[in-house]
Write a protein that binds this ligand. Structure first.
Ligand code: FES
Length: 159
């Protein structure tokens, strides 16, 4: 009598343990899938450019790079402003291309012109060098933020 009731008690108990183990196994499998996806995503991002870009100016454009211009459109010793992308691309010396954010570091106006090797903000007259975005004339005190562009053949692409 005693042993019979013991047996019937271990039966269901064992099943409960196995069911719990099954559920735990499932949870582990799901977790593994989730982290796989996560790492695949982050390697995509780092492969296509900078993490800085994907956080800041919209992931869609960052994914494959945005075709900006032909190299022939960027004047040597000057540059061109791409309003929609918020980017200035310059060619300080022949064959060297640089890119900067078009947002003035003073109070955030968009720069609108490039003259005499300087990127000019219309709001308070700050000027930035086409070579490295550094301040040539205040009131801004910080250089324009750099942007990454790649040049492939004659095509300039925003990374
Ligand atoms: Fe550009 Fe003030 S916002 S100079």
């Amino acid at each position: 009598m005693t042993s019979a009731s013991l047996n019937s008690a271990t039966g269901p108990a064992r099943r409960t343990v196995m069911a719990a183990a099954g559920a735990a196994g499932l949870a582990v499998a799901l977790t593994a899938c989730g982290s796989d996806d996560g790492s695949a995503d982050s390697s995509d991002v780092s492969g296509s450019g900078t993490t800085q870009d994907s956080n800041g100016s919209g992931g869609a454009a960052g994914a494959g790079g945005t075709a900006l211009a032909k190299t022939s459109e960027i004047p040597e010793g000057g540059g061109k402003i791409f309003k929609d992308q918020g980017v200035v691309v310059t060619q300080p010396t022949a064959g060297t291309y640089k890119a900067f954010s078009s947002k003035c570091t003073h109070q955030g106006c968009a720069v609108t012109s490039i003259t005499g090797g300087a990127i000019v903000c219309p709001c308070h007259g700050s000027q930035f060098s086409v070579e490295d975005g550094s301040v040539k004339k205040g009131p801004a005190t910080q250089p324009l933020a750099s942007e990454n562009v790649t040049v492939s053949g004659d095509q300039i692409t925003l990374a």
